[in-house]
Design a protein around this ligand. Structure first.
Ligand code: GTP
Length: 333
């Protein structure tokens, strides 16, 4: 089976990290997010993944030079201009000449969904498209879905206001599609699958949805990206990954708790790291304190950062204190 993974977005909410690394290539517990996604697809008979690329395609080619990831072969569909989610699916599916049932995944989702079960459900429903749904407490930032008892979608509301629906089931970013979906996607045009294609399918009763309460997280915001990392090292998931990469340098007197430390990181003596992610190459000088933060850059001696996102060019001066900041600040760039 073929799958399309949408990886061409700008990842604005994860700036400044995404200035240098596209969101799907950011590591989650030291494994690229995209590799987690493809490994999960490989368990559902996916043998070829088409990466729907737009913004910064080069790092993807460099990350998988032999065109393989998690045992799955990769193809690269590079859009000439940002085509939005449906435009990207259409471009990638036509590029790879997809002519059978296929899977689409947003490149920022981590889930323990049984993708094979979603495909089986889709086939039973004889649907044109089937969505995976997940329950959330506050659905206002998601695509909210209302289904009937048979799993046929009755309404699809993108980012609704509280009074518009009582449903808490939201589009979880994994789809099974028939090639006939492409009839709804004009060639080479920018179009949203959530705002245009799914509502059009609802109107013909050909959109189905299956809700599960499997582990699911949208890693697209700093706090959820941080959580996705920590969930993989602290037993919140069905598997536990190592929290410290082999090539990290940690002084004997540093204290690292509930944190992920990437390859090539350097942590000086007496530094305290807690509830944080240090991305490959990050430097924390002696006596510094890093709490609930994501760091690519350099934290000076004795500095304290809490709830911060530090990009690759971010330098925190010695003995300064920062709370809730992005450094460098994307708003000023
Ligand atoms: P933000 O800018 O922080 O909202 O992140 P984003 O750019 O990733 O946007 P969003 O999270 O809404 O996108 C959902 C998925 O669609 C992500 O996996 C994106 O990479 C992908 N995506 C969004 N727009 C495009 C596009 O124009 N082309 C392609 N190929 N993928 C896209």
């Amino acid at each position: 089976m073929q799958a399309v993974i949408l990886v061409g977005g700008f990842g604005t909410r994860l700036r400044p990290l995404t200035y240098t690394t596209p969101k799907p290539l950011l590591p989650v517990a030291n494994v690229p997010l995209l590799e987690h996604i493809i490994a999960a697809l490989s368990t559902a008979d996916v043998t070829e993944v088409v990466l729907a690329l737009g913004f910064k395609p080069e790092p993807f080619l460099a990350a998988f030079p032999d065109g393989m990831c998690a045992g799955v072969s990769l193809r690269y569909a590079v859009e000439p201009h940002p085509m939005d989610t449906a435009g990207a699916v259409g471009f990638a599916a036509r590029y790879a000449a997809i002519n059978d049932t296929f899977i689409v995944v947003n490149g920022d989702i981590l889930t323990d969904l049984d993708v094979r079960a979603l495909v089986d459900f889709h086939r039973q429903q004889r649907a044109v498209a089937t969505l995976h749904l997940t329950p959330v407490e506050d659905p206002s930032q998601f695509g909210v879905v209302e289904t009937n008892d048979s799993g046929v979608v009755q309404r699809f509301l993108e980012k609704p206001q509280a009074h518009e629906t009582t449903s808490r089931s939201v589009n979880a970013g994994t789809y099974v599609l028939e090639p006939s979906v492409l009839d709804h996607i004009p060639i080479d045009q920018s179009l949203s699958i959530e705002r245009v294609v799914f509502p059009a399918l609802v109107a013909t009763g050909s959109l189905s949805a299956m809700s599960t309460d499997d582990y699911w997280i949208d890693t697209g915001r700093p706090e959820t990206y941080l959580k996705a990392n920590l969930d993989l090292i602290d037993g919140s998931r069905s598997r536990i990954l190592a929290s410290v990469a082999a090539q990290a340098h940690i002084a004997g007197t540093a204290v690292v708790t509930h944190s992920v430390v990437g390859d090539g990181c350097q942590i000086g003596g007496g530094a305290i790291i807690s509830d944080s992610v240090l991305l490959p190459g990050a430097v924390v000088d002696s006596g510094a304190r890093v709490e609930a933060s994501i760091v690519m850059g350099h934290i000076g001696q004795g500095a304290t950062v809490t709830d911060c996102v530090i990009g690759i060019d971010g330098r925190v001066d010695p003995r300064t204190t920062h709370v809730g900041e992005k450094i460098p600040d994307p708003a000023t760039l």
